[in-house]
Write a protein that binds this ligand. Structure first.
Ligand SMILES: NC(=O)c1ccc[n+]([C@@H]2O[C@H](COP(=O)([O-])OP(=O)(O)OC[C@H]3O[C@@H](n4cnc5c(N)ncnc54)[C@H](OP(=O)(O)O)[C@@H]3O)[C@@H](O)[C@H]2O)c1
Length: 336
């Protein structure tokens, strides 16, 4: 029987999500990869145990995480039933709808029909009465925002979710969505954008909007799916995400990218961190980021990512060097 570590709250840092009542762990765990029906159940279970033992109280899912679609929620539901039910009130569990899930016109995007039916399916797969956060996974240009966000409001008012969130909305769409949700009486708790040293779009206005409106952010793929680690320095390991050549493509790990990764790895070493730790610390250097949403394939990666919290401070010189490496103006030779 799993018994959570009684020191689990000693070291983790918790940050307030915007101006809400909710604090999230600085590091959250996502179940996009490595928790599906095709994956090793005991490994998935061990990663969740380790995460919670280290104070990670937030697990992020979506309807179609797997493969096959839905199976990460099923795996999570089984582990929850075996191990985490006594801790349900210590956990923030999220799910999402808005990407393709089932065939036909109602299994995708942003209709009220899709969002509420999908949430009911998710609750059933996880064996939950409610999720803590229900997200619209991406904006749908063909559905009025009022309809998609109205469905989130219904999800909250009907008790199927405690909070509403949005993902992948750009700065302008986010501004509008926040207004609509506020008018409905279900304020937006959080936005989930992609953000890492390699993907810096949220710096172009989105983080400003979130700060102004008092909405939190949980940034996904802070390791750029594993590129921002020492994993690919000696080639593509057979057990890596890139080896599967689907979400992370082999062709995207060219010499130019590897040169940047090597130079960043050097800076991380000088800071006494692994590159993965530095990548997590780098997103958390911005106080507008509530939580870094990582994925892991092994228990040791959970430990490594949490170890990032030991050094979240960057000197102006380090940040300047990192920017130079990313812009291609600072080489690995000069990264000393
Ligand atoms: N809202 C959205 O549209 C959206 C989209 C994508 C993801 N997400 C969420 O964000 C979560 C995280 O995304 P992600 O998995 O792409 O995040 P990530 O943390 O950037 O990448 C995770 C991968 O990096 C590698 N890794 C992790 N820690 C490592 C370490 N310490 N050292 C070396 N390698 C390490 C592992 O790759 P290997 O498997 O190769 O070992 C792991 O699978 C997802 O699970 C999901 O919840 C949301």
């Amino acid at each position: 029987m799993y018994v959570a570590d009684d020191k689990r709250y000693d070291a983790m840092q918790y940050r307030r999500s915007g101006r809400s009542g909710i604090k999230l762990p600085a590091i959250s765990l996502g179940l996009w990869h490595n928790f599906g029906g095709v994956d090793n159940f005991e490994n998935s279970r061990a990663m969740l145990h380790r995460a919670f033992d280290l104070g990670i109280t937030h697990f992020d899912l979506a309807n179609n995480y797997g493969p096959p679609y839905g199976s990460a929620e099923e795996t999570f539901g089984q582990i929850l039933k075996k191990d985490f039910l006594p801790y349900r009130d210590e956990l923030m569990i999220s799910t999402k709808a808005g990407w393709d899930m089932w065939p036909g016109p109602y299994g995708n995007l942003g209709s009220r029909k899709n969002l509420l039916a999908s949430l009911d399916q998710s609750l059933k797969r996880m064996g939950l009465a409610y999720v803590d956060i229900f997200y619209h996974h991406r904006p749908d240009p063909d559905t009025p925002m009022e309809e998609s966000l109205g469905a989130l409001d219904t999800a909250v008012r009907s008790g199927r979710a405690l909070y509403a969130g949005i993902s992948a909305y750009n700065a302008e769409q986010t501004s509008e969505a926040i207004k609509i949700l506020r008018a409905l009486g279900t304020p937006c708790l959080i936005h989930q954008p992609k953000y890492s040293m390699f993907v810096r779009d949220p710096e172009q206005g989105l983080l400003d909007v979130l700060e102004k409106e008092g909405v939190g952010s949980i940034v996904f793929s802070p390791l750029a799916q594993g590129l921002l680690s020492d994993r690919y320095l000696q080639g593509i390991p057979s057990d890596s995400r890139a080896a599967r050549d689907f979400f992370l493509k082999k062709k995207d790990i060219g010499e130019g990218k590897l040169a940047k990764i090597r130079a960043l790895n050097k800076i991380a070493g000088q800071r006494g961190q692994t590159l993965a730790e530095m990548a997590v610390a780098w997103v958390l250097r911005d106080p507008r980021v509530t939580s870094a949403l990582v994925g892991t394939s092994k228990v040791s990666q959970v430990d490594d990512n949490v170890a990032a919290l030991k050094n979240l401070k960057f000197s102006a010189e380090e940040l300047r060097k990192i920017d130079g490496i990313l812009a291609g103006t600072h080489s690995s030779q000069s990264a000393r």
